[in-house]
Design a protein around this ligand. Structure first.
Ligand code: FES
Length: 180
């Protein structure tokens, strides 16, 4: 059945992909009908089946968080300004040098998908905050840019990008965990 639910007491944009292979979520937490034919059996889900996520309801500049395989992930629809800021960085100045192009899919630069655990000690950073407009981790003060790259603070690495593919213009399939 429907595979998205709120975390009790959590922010309203924190959505859980509890079961199933397909889910649609939006800023208002709209849950679209689940296509049961696409659902893997429970054992497959428990083993960490790939999930598909509809992006069409995520507005420009907004992000959602999902839980998959027990770990949170950010899905962010970046604005043109955020994309430009990420692309304009001289990566030789970065602690964990990666181009923005390396962290997104070609032709889909507005979509940034990353693990949502800070690479310092695992807190979940806050979106659209910090000195670089990406994320700020309040636990010990790490700042990430709009590409999820560490720019300041104790985190040693960028927010990792999971393995995923676009199955349509507005739909992704997440198939593998982000490398630590
Ligand atoms: S866990 Fe994020 S800065 Fe320490």
């Amino acid at each position: 059945m429907a595979s998205v639910q709120h975390a009790e007491g959590d922010r309203r944009d924190f959505l859980f992909l509890a079961t199933g292979a397909a889910a649609a979520v939006g800023g208002a937490a709209v849950v679209w009908p689940f296509i049961s034919q696409l659902a893997p059996d429970a054992a497959t889900v428990a083993a960490g089946a790939p999930v598909e996520l509809d992006l069409s309801s995520i507005a420009a500049g907004a992000q959602i968080k999902i839980l998959w395989r027990g770990k949170p992930y950010f899905v962010r629809n970046r604005t043109e300004a955020e994309i430009k800021a990420a692309q304009d960085v001289d990566i030789s100045t970065l602690r964990d040098p990666e181009t923005d192009a390396h962290r997104v899919k070609e032709g889909h630069a507005k979509w940034l998908i990353t693990a949502a655990n800070c690479t310092h000690l695992g807190c979940v950073p806050l979106g659209n905050q910090g000195d670089y407009g990406g994320w700020f981790c309040p636990c010990h003060g790490s700042h990430f840019d709009t590409s999820g790259r560490i720019r300041k603070g104790p985190a040693p690495k960028n927010l990792p990008v999971p393995q995923y593919t676009f199955v349509s213009e507005t739909r992704i399939r997440i198939t593998g965990a982000a490398a630590a």
